[in-house]
Design a protein around this ligand. Structure first.
Ligand code: SF4
Length: 99
């Protein structure tokens, strides 16, 4: 996830930190801009105990329009995937000499 929504307002489990303008449970970005909810396991466990799931995880991004953070992550993921595919050699090429 990009954590975009968590920089707009906190969910019912979150705590808004106005000094950094995001939920205090949102992680820092990884190398491609993805972020995670640091209490997601606790939230999933709480939902399981309640028996009334709040479908906020694993249901896809609900803010796809004008979400530049999401667009950037998709761009970087796509670029990374292309690079990975270029670096993977086909099994048929194994054992062939390049010279
Ligand atoms: S608790 Fe997690 S999912 Fe909810 S706003 Fe905070 S970081 Fe986002």
């Amino acid at each position: 996830m990009t954590g975009y929504c968590c920089t707009q307002s906190a969910c019912i489990y979150g705590v808004w930190d106005s000094s950094i303008h995001q939920c205090k449970h949102l992680s820092k970005e990884n190398d491609i801009g993805q972020r995670i909810c640091l209490i997601s396991k606790d939230i999933l466990e709480a939902e399981k105990m309640k028996g009334e799931p709040y479908p906020m995880f694993d249901s896809g991004c609900s803010s796809t329009l004008f979400n530049t953070a999401r667009d950037e992550v998709i761009k970087k993921l796509t670029k990374k995937e292309v690079v990975m595919k270029r670096n993977i050699c086909h099994p048929a090429d194994l054992g062939k000499s390049s010279g």
